[in-house]
Ligand binder design. Structure first.
Ligand code: 5GP
Ligand code: ZN
Length: 152
């Protein structure tokens, strides 16, 4: 799909819309008709990149599917360019992170995917993971509720 054919939403006050339009400078990487990517200005590790849709939506569920579908192939190319595809125990890992809402650590209200190299324990994404013990009864009940919603 061409950029002209796509449904494009912009917000004149949005910092990422300004970056897409070139009104604010950025260290641009891959650009497609639907996606723009650039270096994060305050990286958590070297190679921390942002991949954003060329469509102003605050949260993931606000985006048309074609924008979502364009983002992961771009992310994959960036993974290769950053030499993050090396599959060895010592190889650099990486995280793809997408925050929605202040409580979930979202600061900029234009959907963005972080690609964050994880070269060591101290840099990159540091995750809190408050896992609960498995409760099969509760999981089974929740699963049923969710399936009935998905079927409707
Ligand atoms: P969030 O917490 O909303 O998921 O992440 C927002 C990200 O945008 C942060 O990592 C922050 O460093 C980055 N950021 C905010 N403003 C700018 C900017 O003007 N230019 C660039 N390149 N990155 C920005
Ligand atoms: Zn925007």
């Amino acid at each position: 799909m061409s950029a002209a054919a796509a449904t494009v939403a912009h917000d004149a006050s949005c910092i990422f819309c300004k970056i897409i339009k070139g009104e604010i400078p950025s260290f641009k990487l891959i650009e497609t008709p639907l996606t723009y990517s650039f270096l994060d200005i305050e990286p958590t590790s070297k190679g921390h990149v942002l991949i954003i849709p060329k469509y102003h939506g605050a949260k993931l569920h606000n985006l048309p599917d074609e924008y979502l579908a364009d983002i992961l192939p771009v992310t994959k190319k960036l993974v290769k360019a950053l030499n993050l595809e090396i599959d060895s125990p010592e190889g650099t890992g990486y995280n793809v992170l997408q925050n929605n809402g202040r409580i979930a650590h979202q600061v900029v209200d234009h959907v963005h995917f972080h690609l964050i190299p994880k070269p060591d324990e101290k840099s990159g994404l540091i995750v809190g993971w408050p896992a609960e013990k498995t409760d099969f009864d509760a999981l089974g009940k929740f699963h049923k509720e969710l399936l009935s919603k998905l079927e409707n």
